[in-house]
Structure formats: structure tokens, C-alpha cells
Design a protein around this ligand. Structure first.
Ligand SMILES: [Zn+2]
Ligand SMILES: [Zn+2]
Length: 286
């Protein structure tokens, strides 16, 4: 479906629905893992801001000549050329860092200085964040004394309105099969998988634009390995509904929400929290 401008009342309703889904997810995780309460409260508050900021996004034009075909292994866009609204991203960045400073009680002045350069410098830095091999963000973080992992997490949130808008605008063109291990819209590898029922298909989730796509259950999206003998599935007794898929060919882990995962539609930023805890639980068992 192409995006439909359905007027301010419907938009308000959609914002309310999105915020309700975020709260329900956060509450579900908190009920099951009370020790995640603080991080869930913090992230769900920030996610609410990303939903409200969605109305202000204006994406630059991207003609068909700028896009991959979305069929033969070329994702529609690739970083660093994904269209985004720099002004609204930076304005949300200021809001998110202010809120985090208040809620978490941490000095975030380094993060606030990170994007004090010119517009092209800021755009370059932001667009380098999803590229794992890029050293640009790491060196900027070192210069301003901030943790690159925290910066990437907040950047995912600051970019969320632009990327959700892009995904909505491109939805009508994103209908075919995508048998590849990276996002059909923006080209990055998944951070999370979900299996909805025993014997059912697997969906992979992009950590940046949150696009989901189907992928064979027993293949590794990172290296394409489909030798079952070289895949391992790791569980913890205390983390029912979650598992880690470990590929013995490339060594990559993929957290997977299994059939029975009780907590609503996937919101990667929130669902990754219990999944990351499973990694620690399994390391402790080893
Ligand atoms: Zn993506
Ligand atoms: Zn692999």
C-alpha cells in the first residue's frame, strides 16, 4: 500500500496506537524480567518520542535511479546513501540525550557535542553508524569521550522516524521474495529473528529500519551456511521463548524469539534487551 495522508485525527490515532504497543511490550518484558524495568522505562519513553517526531519528518527526494532493484540482491538503498531528514534527526537527538540525562542521571555532554560540526559532517557521521566496518563513528566517539554502543543505540532511535517513513513510502515496491541475509530496504544484517509457531517460517528484523523479511529457518543469514551440522541452538532454562542461533561457520549469534514468545509484535530496540540477557545467561552456564 502507498502511504495515505489520512488527516490529523487518524494520524493522532496512529500515534496513540504505536505508543500503546510500545508500552504493552515494555510492560510485558518488565512483568517477566523485573530487573529490566529501568531500561524498559527509559527506552519506551524514548521510543514514544520517536513516534511523536514521525509527523515532522520530510525525506529528500530519491528517484528510482538512486535505488537498487530490490530483486537481484541489491537492497533498495545502501548505507551511506539512505535518504533521511537530517534536521529532524538532530533535533530528536538533542531531545533523546536530554531525556536520557534526566532519567539515567548520567552526564551526556560528550554525546551532545558529537554532532556540533557542519551539516555535511553530521550527515556523514550519522550515515556511517550502521556500517560495522566504519571507523568514523568510533573515532568521533573517542574524541568526545562517549561509548559507541550507546551512541549507536540512541542513533537508531533518532533515525527511527526517517527510516519508518522511508519503509512506509517504499512499502508498495517491497512485495517480492527477498532470499538474502541482509535488509531488503537498507542492506544491513538482522539483529533479531522470530519464529511464530513450531515448524513455521522465520522472519528476520533489521535493527535500523525495522523491516522484516522471511528467511530459511536453518540457514545462517550472515554467511549463508546451510549445513545443519554447523548450526547450534542455545537455550537457557530461565529464558523460555528465547534462543540463540550460533553459526559454527562464521561464529555469528542471532537472538531468536520462538513460538510462545508472549509479548506482542516485534519492536527490535525493546526485544533485543531480554535477548541480550540470554547471551549473558548462556555465557554464565558455559
Ligand atoms: Zn533496514
Ligand atoms: Zn554463518
Amino acid at each position: 500500500m502507498p502511504p495515505i495522508d489520512s488527516g490529523p485525527l487518524d494520524k493522532t490515532g496512529a500515534v496513540r496506537e504505536d505508543i500503546r504497543a510500545i508500552r504493552e511490550k515494555a510492560d510485558g518484558v518488565k512483568r517477566r524480567w523485573p530487573f529490566h524495568a529501568r531500561i524498559m522505562d527509559w527506552l519506551s519513553d524514548l521510543l514514544g518520542e520517536t513516534v511523536r517526531a514521525g509527523a515532522r519528518v520530510r525525506l529528500p527526494e530519491s528517484g528510482p535511479d538512486m535505488r537498487g532493484d530490490g530483486v537481484s540482491g541489491h537492497s533498495r538503498f545502501t548505507w551511506p546513501d539512505v535518504p533521511l531528514d537530517l534536521d529532524s534527526t538532530l533535533s530528536l537527538w538533542v531531545d533523546l540525550t536530554d531525556r536520557s540525562e534526566r532519567v539515567m542521571g548520567r552526564d551526556m555532554s560528550g554525546m551532545k557535542r558529537l554532532f556540533s560540526g557542519s551539516a555535511p559532517e553530521n550527515l556523514f557521521l550519522i550515515r556511517s553508524a550502521p556500517l560495522p566496518e566504519s571507523r568514523d563513528l568510533e573515532s568521533a566517539c573517542r574524541e568526545h569521550g562517549c561509548d559507541p554502543r550507546a551512541v549507536r543505540l540512541l542513533l537508531r532511535l533518532a533515525l527511527r522516524p526517517s527510516l519508518k517513513r522511508l519503509a512506509g513510502d517504499m512499502a508498495a515496491e517491497m512485495t517480492g521474495d527477498w532470499p538474502f541475509g541482509y535488509c531488503p530496504l537498507c542492506g544491513v544484517p538482522p539483529s533479531l529473528a522470530r519464529i511464530d509457531r513450531e515448524g513455521g517460517g522465520r522472519r528476520l528484523y533489521c535493527p535500523w529500519c525495522e523491516t522484516a523479511w522471511s528467511y530459511p529457518r536453518r540457514s545462517c543469514p550472515f554467511c549463508g551456511n546451510h549445513d545443519h551440522e554447523r548450526m547450534e541452538y542455545l537455550f537457557s532454562e530461565t529464558e523460555e521463548g528465547l534462543r540463540l542461533d550460533l553459526c559454527r561457520s562464521c561464529g555469528q549469534l542471532l537472538p531468536t524469539l520462538e513460538a510462545g514468545w508472549p509479548i506482542g509484535p516485534v519492536i527490535p530496540v525493546l526485544d533485543e534487551i531480554p535477548a541480550s540477557h540470554l547471551i549473558l545467561a548462556i555465557q554464565a552456564q558455559a
